[in-house]
Design a protein around this ligand. Structure first.
Ligand code: ZN
Length: 150
């Protein structure tokens, strides 16, 4: 388990240091800002949709390592997914970070999302990890401009 833990930490450190899809998307269809006032995390999620699919997803902004790594992993996973798939992944990720998802089989299926499984032990960090996801979900649903975790 400790090897797995250090692998998870590496994924988070790597995505924090070199965030993927970290840029403004000029021709985005949806632009939604997300705030987590408890920690000061603040990101903007940009979505380009084609029919029912996420053609492009990028983000910018800043915050703690967990929030940035989470936004980065999310953006790399959701590119090319349908809205329904993205919502399903949102549910899975949410269960993971609040500690309701257990068992190694599902951890395998989670891929890089599993790196955030340790977050459930730190309730104050759950909002950091899920901020980008809440913002993305809101962007899928509507063109609402600002989302706050409060
Ligand atoms: Zn944070």
């Amino acid at each position: 388990m400790s090897e797995l833990r250090s692998l998870y930490q590496e994924i988070i450190l790597d995505h924090n240091k070199n965030p993927r899809n970290f840029k403004k998307l000029e021709n985005a269809d949806r632009v939604v800002e997300g705030y987590n006032p408890l920690c000061g995390d603040h990101y903007t999620i940009y979505l380009k949709l084609k029919d029912d699919r996420i053609e492009e997803i990028t983000f910018d902004g800043g915050g703690c390592a967990i929030s940035k790594a989470s936004a980065s992993v999310m953006s790399s996973i959701l590119k090319g997914k349908t809205k329904a798939e993205a919502e399903e992944l949102f549910e899975t990720f949410h269960k993971l970070v609040i500690g309701e998802l257990k068992g190694l089989d599902s951890m395998d299926e989670l891929g890089k999302l599993a790196a955030f499984s340790g977050v459930s032990e730190f309730p104050a960090r759950v909002k950091c990890a899920s901020l980008a996801w809440h913002t993305m979900k809101s962007a899928l649903e509507s063109d609402k401009k600002v989302v706050s975790t409060e």
